[in-house]
Design a binder for this molecule. Structure first.
Ligand code: ZN
Ligand code: ZN
Length: 141
């Protein structure tokens, strides 16, 4: 199955095939700032799942607990569409909420529960299950 993630203005698009390696609801402060929302939805794919990238992007770097993240955002509307994290080789993170026409299925991981908004109860029963090894090991399918 192919899916396209798209920015707010529609000029930047990223098309991928098949399912994400992991699909995370993350409550960390950084995801809150990136999205301006209560949490981030991050879908990680291997680079060879990328079919097409379109549109002019700008980039910025952030440092986070010993790794670097390079984020790509639409140069027109500013939507962060995807990113690369230095410790995840050949893996692309994509903003899960940007898949509109063919949404991803349900996330399978929740991370950073300690930073969760106190009023947010959906998925409150989920166990925190993020394991960074999932992305640092080569080829998980
Ligand atoms: Zn845009
Ligand atoms: Zn996060």
């Amino acid at each position: 199955m192919e899916r396209t993630a798209e920015c707010c203005c529609g000029q930047a698009k990223l098309t991928i095939k098949d399912e994400p390696l992991i699909h995370v609801v993350c409550h960390c402060d950084d995801c809150k700032k990136r999205t301006g929302s209560a949490f981030g939805i991050s879908a990680y794919f291997s680079d060879d799942q990328i079919i097409n990238k379109l549109g002019a992007m700008n980039q910025y770097k952030i440092q986070n607990d010993g790794y670097e993240q390079l984020r790509s955002f639409c140069s027109n509307c500013g939507t962060t569409l995807f990113w690369h994290i230095s410790v995840f080789k050949n893996i692309i993170g994509i903003s899960g909420g940007c898949f509109i026409e063919n949404p991803l299925s349900k996330p399978n991981i929740v991370a950073e529960n300690q930073s969760k908004q106190y009023w947010f109860d959906l998925l409150g029963h989920w166990e925190e299950s993020f394991d960074i090894k999932i992305l640092t090991q080569p080829k998980i399918k």
